[in-house]
Write a protein that binds this ligand. Structure first.
Ligand SMILES: [Zn+2]
Length: 57
C-alpha cells in the first residue's frame, strides 16, 4: 500500500479536528493550504506545510 500524506489539524489548533489524508502529496498540500487559509486565516507555503504539518502514514 502506498504511503499517505496526512494533515491533522488538531496539532495546529485546539478546536479544529479537520483531517486531510491523501496518497497524492500535491493534493494533500493543496487541500491543507486551502483549509488553513479559509478556516484559520493563516498562509503557509508548500514547504512549510510539507516540513511542519504533513505526516506520512
Ligand atoms: Zn483546521
Amino acid at each position: 500500500m502506498a504511503d499517505a500524506h496526512k494533515l491533522d489539524c488538531e496539532s495546529v489548533s485546539d478546536t479544529c479536528r479537520f483531517i486531510i489524508q491523501s496518497e497524492n502529496e500535491e493534493e494533500a498540500v493543496e487541500l491543507a493550504k486551502k483549509h488553513m487559509k479559509e478556516v484559520h486565516e493563516q498562509e503557509f507555503t508548500d514547504d512549510e506545510l510539507r516540513e511542519e504539518h504533513l505526516q506520512i502514514v
